[in-house]
Write a protein of this length. Structure first.
Length: 399
């Protein structure tokens, strides 16, 4: 069998204890290959980059290899991969650099479906630059982000459209391509948050029309490293704040201070691991990623269908969001129990889920649940199996 979840699970030390990890949307587990790549980088002797000796050359190598790997993962160019501590930090950096080019009278468009990390940096820099902020809204009944609304939101003065490729709570996958086409038709740039989406299917930033695509390796089995991918030409055109003494090349211009070189070794290992999820995948790493991530998505959805059907059949359960295209992530409440209570009950049975707004600040406010504990989020990953789903459902049904 090409996608063999038992074979895959055996690769993760954390999965051997019996804990059910349905918290992948907040961070995934790492396979031994990733753990060893990072440990090995420490073992071999370490240094800062840019020197003449081996330890330094290895730091250069690990950085270049991480960029190549991320480029393969999203179909970008290695020379356009900015690495940093996490997506939020990098998005603030990009917002500062882009806001330098905005003028009073212009506008940007953000969405209420987005994680706050793809909202607040833009809103705050827009206020600083004196540009108008326009909001795309969600359909509360379905959790969809209708793309048609962008026809009236975007005009010739729009500089940026920030939109998510998938909601980290509702799982909604908006029609990003339709939105970026409308943005581009008006001359605006598109900044796409792929932090939740990347782990759950094939990503092609060319196909999405993303001028910038943000992702975080810890959501796809890697270490805590954030990435923003753009074309090198686009990065070249912007002037982020930086030290006078640091490199002015791209993508280095956007990378502040001494990076986490050891973690970079883990980024490349994580991408290699994803490319091998389907052990019949063949060809270049990009081709293997496409095959493997398609298989992983099918696997997640087969499990998710059952999980969702069982929750839907329970009259005590309220489900938020039912988008036509979504990731295997469910957001729900159980009548008579606070979201924290449900998460606590599950934790008592060694099942990890999150309760609360999960930084989906605007979504939870729009749904009117933010002030009352929001909801419970269970998110499947490629390593989730039938037993995980059974154990989760058994606890919810016994409440
Ligand atoms: C959809 C989405 N966007 C952005 C972020 C922020 O990412 P980071 O933790 O790398 O800053 C998260 C984190 O949970 C997320 O789920």
């Amino acid at each position: 069998m090409a996608f063999d979840v038992a074979r895959i699970r055996a690769l993760y030390p954390a999965l051997q204890s019996g804990t059910v990890y349905l918290d992948g949307a907040a961070g995934t587990q790492s396979p031994t290959s990733v753990i060893e790549a990072i440990a090995d980088s420490y073992r071999r002797g370490t240094s800062n980059a840019g020197g003449f000796f081996d330890a330094s050359l290895r730091a250069d190598y690990d950085t270049a290899a991480a960029r190549e790997a991320v480029a393969d993962l999203v179909n970008g160019e290695a020379g356009g991969v900015v690495l940093g501590p996490n997506m939020t930090t990098l998005t603030y950096r990009m917002a500062q650099a882009l806001a330098e080019t905005w003028r009073v009278g212009e506008n940007i468009v953000v969405s209420r479906l987005d994680h706050d990390a793809n909202v607040r940096p833009w809103v705050q820099w827009a206020h600083r630059a004196g540009v108008e902020v326009r909001w795309a809204t969600i359909d509360l009944a379905t959790g969809e982000l209708p793309s048609e609304q962008y026809r009236s939101l975007v005009d010739g003065s729009t500089r940026l459209v920030a939109v998510t490729a998938a909601s980290n709570v509702l799982g909604t996958r908006p029609d990003v391509r339709a939105i970026t086409e409308l943005a581009h038709a008006s001359g605006a740039l598109a900044y796409v948050d792929g932090v939740h989406a990347t782990a759950h299917g094939v990503v092609d930033i060319v196909q999405l029309g993303a001028d910038f695509y943000a992702t975080s390796a810890y959501k796809w089995d890697g270490p805590h490293v954030g990435c923003v991918i753009a074309s090198p030409e686009r990065l070249e055109s912007l002037r982020p704040f930086k030290l006078a003494s640091s490199a002015n090349d791209v993508p280095d211009r956007y990378e502040w201070g001494t990076p986490s070189f050891h973690n970079y070794a883990g980024v490349a290992a994580a991408v290699d691991h994803l490319a091998a999820l389907d052990d019949a995948a063949a060809g270049t790493r990009r081709e293997r990623l496409v095959t493997s991530l398609r298989a992983a998505e099918q696997h997640e959805h087969a499990l998710f269908k059952r999980l969702l059907a069982t929750l839907e059949a329970d009259p005590r359960v309220t489900l938020y969001g039912k988008a036509a295209h979504r990731t295997a992530t469910v957001y729900f409440r159980v009548n008579g129990f606070s979201p924290d209570d449900v998460a606590r009950e599950l934790a008592a049975q060694d099942i990890n889920v999150w309760s609360g707004h999960n930084y989906a600040w605007e979504v939870t406010a729009a749904l009117g649940i933010r002030d009352t504990g929001s909801a419970v989020r269970a998110s499947l990953a490629h390593y989730t199996n039938d037993d995980d789903v059974d154990r989760f459902l058994a606890v919810v049904q016994a409440l």
